[in-house]
Ligand binder design. Structure first.
Ligand code: CP
Ligand code: NVA
Length: 312
């Protein structure tokens, strides 16, 4: 029997979706949230009989659990594997692993270091591949954050978002989003912790949003509707923690900074947080914080992304 590749869609970067598709996915996530909510125990058939592989080379609470629960709620099953088993690119090429996995699974969710490994996997797999975080991007997070922003502000465009801290995968993903939806995005960071130069250039060149870099956190947050932060040292960079802390101390989200933003601003963090570093307890547990709504929305958005990809 010959094996002919099936047409399929991947979600590797925000820009894999058009503006229209982003908005449709947002609507789908809202519908799923309304119908299923959390701890849904109803029987669903959307992906009944399907088995999805979760390949995680880095730790995860939210992404892993929300995908596992989401896949199960949609009627499918999952297999979770770490780098101890597959050793992507070490025991065999990424391409060969992709070809083999395509013959067992209905979809792959992968979290790893090198973004190019995920691109390679998607290139050679003939089933949907979803990027669950690389050193470069975290698109599932940014899509679910858009759901939270929509719920809190009542709009998914025309707001000012100031990202404070390390120019990392979260920052790069917001830069990608700003090339699709019209927002004002300010990345407030030190000259030594800038985001990916290509993502920044593409976002600015797209001309969809106003995108700037600031080294002055207090002036950056003026009029901001959303303040966002993330750990200063990402997974795989913990050896640079003290260097990053020195560079980024002034970019901590604390009450003094929140008071300079719009009075109704929301404060976001993808979590896990290093409380007392990039964000104070007072802010994280305070009235502007929406961090746990963000975490919940991961579940609804993961399901929406899977369904959207399967729509073709
Ligand atoms: N925000 C997020 O992706 O969390 P995890 O690393 O716990 O999955
Ligand atoms: N920038 C963080 C995000 C964690 C969800 C990291 O990559 O570790």
């Amino acid at each position: 029997m010959t094996f002919s590749p099936r047409p399929h869609r991947d979600f590797i970067a925000e820009t894999d979706f058009s503006r229209e598709e982003v908005i449709e996915t947002l609507a789908l996530a809202r519908e799923l949230k309304e119908v299923a909510g959390i701890r849904d125990t109803a029987e669903h058939k959307a992906i009944k009989g399907q088995t999805w592989g979760l390949i995680f080379h880095k730790p995860s609470l939210r992404t892993r659990i929300s995908f596992e629960v989401g896949i199960n709620q949609l009627g499918g099953r999952h297999i979770y594997v770490t780098d101890q088993e597959i050793q992507l690119g070490k025991r065999e090429t990424v391409a060969d692993a992709a070809r083999v996995l395509s013959r067992y699974l209905n979809g792959i969710v992968i979290r790893t270091f090198k973004h190019s490994d995920v691109e390679e996997l998607a290139k050679y797999a003939d089933i949907p591949v979803i990027n669950a975080l690389t050193d470069l991007l975290h698109p599932c997070q940014i899509f679910s954050d858009l759901l939270t922003i929509y719920e809190k502000l009542g709009r998914y465009e025309d707001f000012k978002l100031v990202y404070l801290g390390d120019g990392n995968n979260i920052t790069n993903s917001f830069l990608n989003l700003s090339a699709i939806l019209g927002i004002e995005l300010v990345v407030a960071t030190s000259p030594d912790t800038l985001p990916d130069a290509d993502c920044l250039a593409r976002a600015q060149k797209a001309g969809v949003s106003k995108v700037t870099i600031s080294h002055d956190p207090f002036s950056a947050v003026a009029g901001a509707h959303v303040l966002y932060t993330d750990v200063w040292a990402s997974m795989g960079q913990k050896d640079k923690a003290s260097q990053k802390e020195q560079a980024l101390r002034a970019f901590q989200i604390n009450s003094a900074l929140v008071n300079k933003a719009d009075k109704d601003c929301i404060v976001m963090h993808c979590l896990p947080a290093e409380r007392g570093r990039e964000i104070t307890d007072e802010v994280m547990d305070g009235p502007h914080s929406v961090v746990f709504d963000q975490a919940e929305n991961r579940l609804h958005m993961q399901k929406a992304i899977i369904l959207k990809l399967l729509e073709g």
